[in-house]
Design a protein. Structure first.
Length: 278
């Protein structure tokens, strides 16, 4: 079921959730541009707790109270046993963020999670990955978080996830999250050891050439990474050259990792080169 510019009011969403709680056939629900309050959000919590057949849920409310409304969905995720894909679009409040982190620590069915923007401060960013590490039964393979703060400690916790090789994560999008070259050193050292993640998108931030050089060193030894997105940072000459040297050494016909550097500042003579195949 897909409803864009959903005409249901808050009471209609509550009735929909009551029906969803007892439904045994619906597998996908997409709701966009609809009114949602704390009350209807809590109705979602009840529905997700009892429903076992819904596999995909896309939520993008437009109501001004959506910060509270999302909370019920993350509470329901803590007890849900069947949902595989969850898309949460819209700002969250801190209670919702904390509830989402708790859900990641216990949920075993979810394979794809998109939270845009997640809006985690550094402590919650670290707590999210700590919860994932503490849940060996997690099925999460695709993760998309946007607009988070990171510090040395938060970057270290993400690096720990990469280094552990114990999660099922294959695709990681952390957009508008990293701005420190020194933090990227720890991420790069862990990435060099990772044997599961095939796509890493850490685009949009303030990473410079130093951070890019750290990552270039990592991909020299990483055998599985197929896509690295470093677009829209502040990477300049030496950052570009670090990847170009690897590309030249391996030959231009080599089919392997694709590095995206669009939206950065290439050196003179490389103004049209924004991608490297390594």
């Amino acid at each position: 079921v897909t409803m864009i510019f959903c005409p249901l009011g808050d009471s209609g969403i509550i009735d929909l959730c009551k029906a969803l709680g007892n439904n045994t056939s619906l597998t996908s629900l997409h709701l966009q541009a609809f009114a949602m309050t704390f009350e209807s959000g809590m109705a979602f919590a009840d529905a997700l707790t009892s429903n076992t057949t819904l596999q995909s849920l896309y939520i993008n409310p437009n109501h001004t109270e959506k910060y509270d409304a999302m909370h019920g969905i993350t509470l329901g995720l803590q007890k849900n046993k069947g949902l595989k894909t969850l898309n949460l679009f819209g700002d969250m409040n801190d209670a919702t963020r904390d509830s989402l982190i708790q859900a990641i620590g216990v949920n075993t069915s979810l394979t794809e999670l998109r939270a845009s923007p997640a809006g985690f401060v550094a402590a919650r960013f670290a707590a999210f990955f700590n919860a994932l590490l503490a849940n060996p039964a997690s099925s999460l393979q695709f993760l998309h978080l946007q607009r988070c703060e990171t510090t040395w400690g938060a970057a270290q916790k993400f690096a720990e996830v990469l280094r552990a090789n114990s999660t099922k994560l294959r695709t990681i999008n952390l957009i508008d999250c990293f701005s420190s070259d020194s933090d990227m050193k720890h991420v790069a050292e862990a990435l060099a050891l990772n044997q599961h993640v095939t796509s890493l998108n850490i685009s949009k931030g303030m990473l410079g050439s130093e951070g890019a050089r750290h990552l270039a060193q990592a991909v020299r030894t990483n055998p599985v990474l197929q896509m690295l997105d470093l677009s829209n940072h502040s990477i300049r000459d030496s950052g570009f050259m670090a990847f170009k040297e690897i590309s030249d050494a391996r030959g231009h016909d080599h089919v392997g990792l694709l590095v995206n550097l669009a939206g950065n500042d290439p050196p003179i003579g490389m103004s049209e080169v924004y991608q490297f195949r390594l």
